[in-house]
Design a protein around this ligand. Structure first.
Ligand code: SAH
Length: 343
């Protein structure tokens, strides 16, 4: 059966008359949290029955939930084919963050990322992306704070490798009659798929852009992120310079600090030169260690020194504290465990 969460409001309007019914349905689903067409009593009985026969409306099952000591929660959400989508909820006093996946696994094989070790299993559908947000929202946010969250596409997968479904999900989440997420509250993070960045720049509604850089020279980046051999740093930066930005908006560059590989003062200075004059900010992510990966996390001293060099070079740089490490929910740690799949 089709999932109602795969539909944009315009898709529903085609098969409905009068078309304001699609607005009623969107409000019922995304604002009133109904999961049963029968409860949509503002629709005529015949329409409710027709929709119930045509569309699945139940949210997917939470296969497992892991709770971190710091409040972070990781969800494994069971999809129709029994694959598991991973979603992370990061609570914050004022505005929480929901981190969602765009694919099961990833094809890009970055050498420091656990998801990269898995290879790609498949793309997620728009509905499978949207429902991750709903599961995390409804499981964590009380009535008063139900809209106090941002969305980051920084879970499993490369969003621009699943362009159409990801953009459809973003439009559904953005719909003012639905969840009404503004574009400035959604961030799409890419390892640097140049054609995808250029295509994104042409859209009417564009979320925030984050680029995972991690190597400041092509030589280093080639070794860490194979995608760089196809789309090298200078081409990515050119595309970022052309990227349309809203007032005061900046592009985020994520930079993973790998001990002895990307964390030297020279690396920091190269980064300053690369980003000088750009509307950019840098998120430094100290490497999250894992048994399967050969890299190490730098010391706190090295991390602060790196940050300081960027700041002295007039680049805004923030250190992203690793949250949810104890439940494998931190950056680059999403990877379903075989035991969990076989259960
Ligand atoms: N494919 C997209 C979305 C994944 S986001 C992208 O690359 O942007 C995941 C972020 O976590 C990326 O910035 C990536 O560089 C970072 N990351 C991956 N593995 C990591 C690890 N082991 N420790 C810290 N950060 C990591």
């Amino acid at each position: 059966m089709n999932s109602i969460y795969d539909c944009e409001r315009a898709d529903l309007a085609h098969s409905l008359s009068p078309s304001y019914r699609s607005t009623q349905i969107f409000k019922s689903i995304y604002q009133r949290w109904l999961e049963d067409f029968e409860q949509m009593t503002d629709l005529p009985k015949a329409e409710r029955t027709r929709f119930a026969a045509e569309f699945e409306i139940h949210l997917p099952e939470i296969h497992r939930r892991f709770d971190s000591a710091d409040g972070t929660r990781r969800y494994l959400i069971r999809l129709d084919d029994r694959e598991l989508a991973e979603t992370v909820f990061l609570p914050e006093e004022h505005r929480s963050t929901i981190c969602i996946s765009s694919q099961i696994g990833c094809a890009l094989a970055c050498s420091f990322c656990l998801t990269g070790l898995m290879g790609l299993t498949r793309n997620l559908s728009a509905g499978e992306i949207v429902t991750q947000v709903l599961v995390a929202q409804r499981g964590n946010l009380s009535e008063e704070f139900r809209d106090s969250f941002n969305i980051v596409l920084m879970g499993m997968g490369e969003p621009l490798h699943n362009y159409d479904n990801v953009m459809k999900a973003i439009r559904i989440l953005h719909d003012p009659e639905g969840l009404n997420m503004s574009m400035s509250r959604m961030t799409l993070s890419t390892a640097g798929l140049l054609p995808g960045i250029e295509r994104l720049a042409q859209e009417d509604d564009i979320p925030n852009l984050a680029i995972s850089l991690t190597g400041a020279t092509n030589e280093k980046r080639d070794a860490l992120m194979p995608i760089n051999r196809k789309y090298p740093i200078e081409e990515i930066l050119e595309a970022v310079k052309r990227f349309p930005l809203r007032h005061r908006q900046r592009v985020t560059f994520e930079y993973v600090l790998l001990k002895g590989v990307t964390d030297s003062p020279d690396d920091a200075r190269t980064l300053v030169h690369l980003l000088a004059g750009m509307p950019a900010k840098v998120n430094l992510i100290p490497f999250n260690e894992a048994e399967e990966l050969q890299y190490r996390r730098p010391s706190e001293f090295t991390i602060s020194k790196f940050q300081k060099i960027l700041q002295e070079g007039h680049i805004d740089a923030f250190v992203r504290r690793n949250r949810g490490n104890d439940i494998s929910a931190a950056c680059g740690q999403l990877k379903r465990k075989w035991a969990e799949v076989l259960e």
